[in-house]
Design a protein around this ligand. Structure first.
Ligand code: GLN
Length: 277
């Protein structure tokens, strides 16, 4: 069979099985099978696919049809223009988290020297994209999950930032050895009742307890002493959580300045709180 025919067939199977964006998903599975990039994929439609390659493709396709996300099948997901290794010990990076990074970069750019903590780092996307965009920063990246930290370590090596990011194992801000200028975090914030029980992603990375805010609230209560005067806490939040989170921060830090940034869908996504100097 030729690449063109195989691509057509793969797309059809995906579409019939209600996989969104079947052409892109089909392309990714075929490229993974043939170990080729996008240009090579579209340049050689007449390329022959061997029976062995057909078998590999079939296995990948079955995993996808079984509901496994394509990022876990390929082992990669792009975030902030960078490629990250992922497996099912970590949450798959979401595009909305780019707002958190962008917001932090624009606030931190003017600092000549700075310390940042990424809490619940998962595969390390926040810490690593900040390290690459803020060359003056030293970063702590903490996670309670040891398997997640292994993935983060791999990505630190992949992106050449292993000397600038110190990985810490522990609960929220507890492992942080000193106060920092920025605490940046995408903690689990999905309501327990809204968790997808068939998800391949680790529930610990999504489960925010009964109201979705149990972990965020716990972190907010630990901030005192871990953020320097004038320092900034940046939290990713879910739809409808703005009021509760700002009310909590207001009660804990009545003199702080709070700002909200929406995502591209207009959903309030980032809460930033700056402490007075
Ligand atoms: N935005 C993610 C989702 O809805 C949730 C991420 C998180 O809990 N931090 O799947």
């Amino acid at each position: 069979m030729r690449l063109k025919e195989s691509f057509f067939h793969t797309r059809q199977v995906l579409a019939v099985n209600n996989i969104d964006n079947a052409p892109l998903e089909g392309e990714l599975l075929l490229r993974q099978t043939l170990k080729i990039n996008r240009v090579q994929f579209y340049q050689n439609p007449a390329q022959q696919i061997t029976p062995e390659q057909q078998d590999i493709l079939q296995k990948l396709l079955e995993r996808r049809l079984n509901g496994e996300p394509s990022a876990y099948i390929s082992g990669y997901r792009e975030f902030y223009g960078l490629d990250f290794y992922v497996n099912n010990d970590v949450l798959i990076p979401r595009p909305e988290t780019e707002h958190l990074v962008e917001n932090t970069v624009s606030r931190a750019q003017k600092h000549r020297k700075l310390l940042i903590a990424d809490i619940g780092t998962g595969c390390g996307i926040i810490a690593i994209s900040l390290a690459l965009n803020l060359p003056q920063a030293k970063i702590y990246a903490a996670d309670i999950s040891t398997p997640a930290l292994k993935v983060a370590r791999f990505n630190c090596y992949k992106h050449g930032v292993v000397d600038r990011i110190k990985l810490l194992n522990g609960d929220l801000l507890e492992p942080l050895p000193e106060a920092v200028d920025f605490i940046v975090t995408n903690l689990p914030y999905v309501r327990q009742s809204e968790l997808d029980t068939h998800s391949f992603e680790p529930a610990t990375a999504l489960d925010g307890g009964a109201d979705g805010l149990e972990i965020i609230s716990r972190l907010c209560r630990q901030v005192n002493g871990k953020l320097i005067p004038g320092g900034c806490l940046l939290l990713e939040i879910g739809q409808g959580q703005r009021e509760a989170v700002t009310a909590l921060l207001d009660s804990l830090f009545p003199t702080a300045d709070i700002e909200i940034t929406p995502d591209l869908n207009g959903i309030d996504r980032v809460v930033s709180m700056t402490l007075p100097r």
